[in-house]
Design a protein around this ligand. Structure first.
Ligand code: VGL
Ligand code: ZN
Length: 208
C-alpha cells in the first residue's frame, strides 16, 4: 500500500497509562511507538486519538463501590468492563507516550469525556449514539481509507475499526503496530470480529 491523499493514519491511544508501568498497562504496549512513528511519516493525514476521562468516570472501578477492576457491570447502554482509573484529563498518565511523534498530526481527538459514557471507539461513544465528530472531519478531508495502529487491539482499536467500517471507510489495521490487553482471549476474538467485518490486516513494512 502506498498512502495517497485519501488515506489516513489513525493512531489510537498511545498514552502513558497504557504503557508498562502505567495505570492500565497493555503488555508490550511501548513496542508500538517505533512502528507508529515510522508510519506517521508515510501518511499525509494523521489523527491522534486520546482517551480523556474525568476523575469520576463511569468506566473506573473505584466509581462503583464494592467493584474491582476487570469486572463487568450493567450500565444503561449495556455491559461495561470496569478499569483501573486511567487517562484522567490533564494527568501525566493521559499524556502521549514518551517518544511518540506528535508533529505530523493535523488533529487530536479526545474521547470518553462524558462522566456517564465510555468510548472505546474513535467515532461513536458506548451509548452508540453520541458522535465524536471524527467521521465528519474525515469526510471533509476526502478520506476514504483508514489505517489503524496503537492501543489496545481488543478494545479501542477493535471498536474504532468496526465503526470505521460501519461509516463506509476502507479499513486496515497495522498488525505489528498494535498490542492488546487480552482479557479471556479478547485479542483473538478482536481479530476474528474485525476480519468478519471486512477489516484488513497489514504489516507496516508493506506500507511505503
Ligand atoms: C482502552 C480500556 C479503557 C483502550 C481505553 O485504549 O483500548 N481500553 N480505556
Ligand atoms: Zn478509557
Amino acid at each position: 500500500m502506498t498512502p495517497g491523499p485519501a488515506d489516513l493514519l489513525l493512531v489510537i491511544d498511545v498514552q502513558v497509562d497504557f504503557l508498562p508501568g502505567g495505570a492500565l498497562p497493555v503488555p508490550d504496549g511501548d513496542a508500538v511507538v517505533e512502528p507508529v512513528n515510522a508510519l506517521q511519516y508515510r501518511f499525509r493525514h494523521v489523527v491522534l486519538m486520546q482517551d480523556w476521562h474525568p476523575a469520576d468516570h463511569v468506566s473506573f472501578a473505584d466509581t462503583h463501590p464494592g467493584r474491582a477492576p476487570f469486572e463487568t457491570v450493567a450500565l444503561p447502554y449495556g455491559p461495561q468492563v470496569l478499569w483501573p482509573r486511567h487517562c484522567v484529563q490533564g494527568s501525566p498518565g493521559a499524556g502521549f507516550a514518551p517518544g511518540l511523534a506528535t508533529d505530523r498530526a493535523s488533529l487530536v481527538v479526545r474521547k470518553g469525556l462524558d462522566p456517564r459514557v465510555d468510548s472505546y471507539s474513535a467515532f461513536l461513544e458506548a451509548d452508540r449514539t453520541t458522535r465524536t465528530g471524527l467521521a465528519g472531519a474525515l469526510a471533509e478531508r476526502g478520506i476514504t481509507r483508514v489505517v489503524l495502529c496503537g492501543l489496545a487491539t481488543d478494545f479501542c482499536v477493535l471498536w474504532s475499526a468496526l465503526d470505521a467500517r460501519a461509516a463506509g471507510f476502507d479499513v486496515w489495521v497495522a498488525a505489528d503496530a498494535v498490542r492488546g490487553i487480552d482479557l479471556n482471549g479478547s485479542v483473538a476474538d478482536a481479530w476474528s470480529r474485525m476480519e468478519a467485518a471486512g477489516v484488513r490486516r497489514i504489516e507496516s513494512a508493506a506500507i511505503a
